[in-house]
Design a binder for this molecule. Sequence first.
Ligand code: IVH
Length: 657
Amino acid sequence: MDRYNELVEIINKAIYEYYILDEPTITDQEYDDYYNELQRFEKKNPTLIREDSPTLRVGGEAIDKFEKVEHIKPMLSFDDIFNEDEIIAFDERIKKVIPNPKYTLEPKMDGLSGSLIYENGLLVRAATRGDGTVGENITMNVKTIKSVPLKLTKPIDIEVRGEIYMSKASFQKANEEREKNHENLFANPRNAAAGSVRQLDSKITAKRNLDFMAYFIPNPEDYGIKTQSESLAYLKELGFKTNYKLNSTASSVSDIIKYIEDLAKKRKDLPFAIDGVVLKVDSLSDEEILGFTSRVPRWGIAYKFPALEVLTDLQEIKFTIGRTGKVTPNAIFSPVHVDGSLVRKATLHNEDYCLEKDIRVGDVIAIRKAGDVIPEVVEVKMERRKENSVPFKMIETCPMCGNNLTKVDANHYCLNELCPARHIESLIHFVSRNAMYIEGLGDRIIEDFYNMGYLKEVKDLYYLKNYKEELMTLEGFGEKSITNILDNIESSKNNSLERLLFGLGIRHIGRKKAIILASKYKNIDNLINASFDELKNLNEIGEIIATSVTDYFSNQDNRDNIEELKSLGINMDYLGGEVDNSNEFISGKTFVITGTLSKSRDYYKELLESLGANVTGKVTKKTDYVLLGENPGSKYDKAKEMGIKIISEAELNENID
Ligand code: IVH
């Protein structure tokens, strides 16, 4: 019996050293010898098998279904954030309540969360998160995970939460195995872990080599713990695997950003997949003060790394008709987060593009998006193509009006002037954020109002109020939403001229050119009367735009339309502050603002723009100055690295004065 106890201790220690410390002290051969000896003993003495015997890790009888179990405390997760501004906002929110917060920073493990319950130091129950309130009992499966201690170093009752995950190495091995057996491959380690831990046959789970990283104690006060850092240290002391080499703390946004950047660099060399950084307020009494929203804790947040390229499945290729009648195929795929935003479609440009990529509905595709760049389909994963996939075929008639399409160069057009799609697109453009910015009128509503006959052209928007009672009775609308839409339409009448100019959809007049023209001519009549030569010679305008503007205004229909809009009360004057280019320090320069300033960023943006500067969001070679506030983010580091001039608020104001 002494020998048996000794063997259990030796083997458990070996497992701990190998799977948790990653520092084995005995050889594989020695391990096998001890293990075999232990097995022989247990076979002879099945009643003496200890509850923490390593032989229990091989899995047991398969079950029919998972038993549902209720969590003692709900298993919540954090809200996700995706960029520096959101980190600043989080920190500001916390600071409203806790003036000098300290945060713990932990890698965000990319697996699935699990809850482990120990009684008297022994693992008695393991559960999945489920819906947060009720999970599934996966005790048998979790016992097979070598980095889950079956017995803690202290005989205590405790619940421990952490991430069940599959290492990159085990993931690769599992997929090699599956490939050999002609089974579908796991898409990523997270799916592999989720699939493996929910096996009804725990012997299968055992073979998958899962791992567990502990990061949370729901009842820390029971153990005299006062901070999250102490929780992590306590978990390590109890024999759990923690990320003690990577976890850290920070007290400023710049330190948080630095941590994120450092971790992002290490990411690809880590033995496991991570998808971000979890920030938690360290002090548990501070956490208590912050409390919870109806869904999530206020004291923590999950920053997700920008996924520059992610895989998704192509559900549909949908053709859209633009304002000019141009037909564009679009990839519609399962929504995915790419570099900070949720995307569900990407342009496929034209027929040639689709044929070249040989893209087919049902394909697994890689999507990329970086910064402000429009999402694009980088690649079709040919190795994952389904057998019965159908090659792409360009449509021949307009899906909206049935007109035959005309091919001009690489693009197809619906040249039917009356095609509803073209009108709908013009309306959508008119109300869009950079144009008249009429909130509440989403694409779908415009389409519906168009189809119901309320809207045909832009001017109809301003007659909608005559149908208020009727609109209110439409399905999905009520007095509140219709009043709101009509109010927004009314207030759009007061917009400055450049919004209208952009909204009219004059060819080649983007937002910037609209501002140039509006600020130069002050009202629409002056612009209408401007000669081609005059326009052509304007800074940043040139011949193409001058032609487009004069063509547009020489068309009688367009002139009539403008007169009607005028009579409806739409402002046709430029209301923006004049751009004053007299300050040489600022005029024509490109600024980036980072950190918290004494006035809002918008204030400085407007101020700088009114002095002829360009204000952008990214530090690049073109940046002349970075305006530095408190707790700056990575833009500051980047500016330093690139040797870009950094100025303070005071210095800026001095120059302005
Ligand atoms: S703490 C109240 N710490 O990411 C939230 N979660 O929203 C307690 N995760 O669903 C979780 N690494 O599955 C925590 N170091 C970490 C984590 C982590 C990964 C997962 C967890 C949770 C989500 C966070």
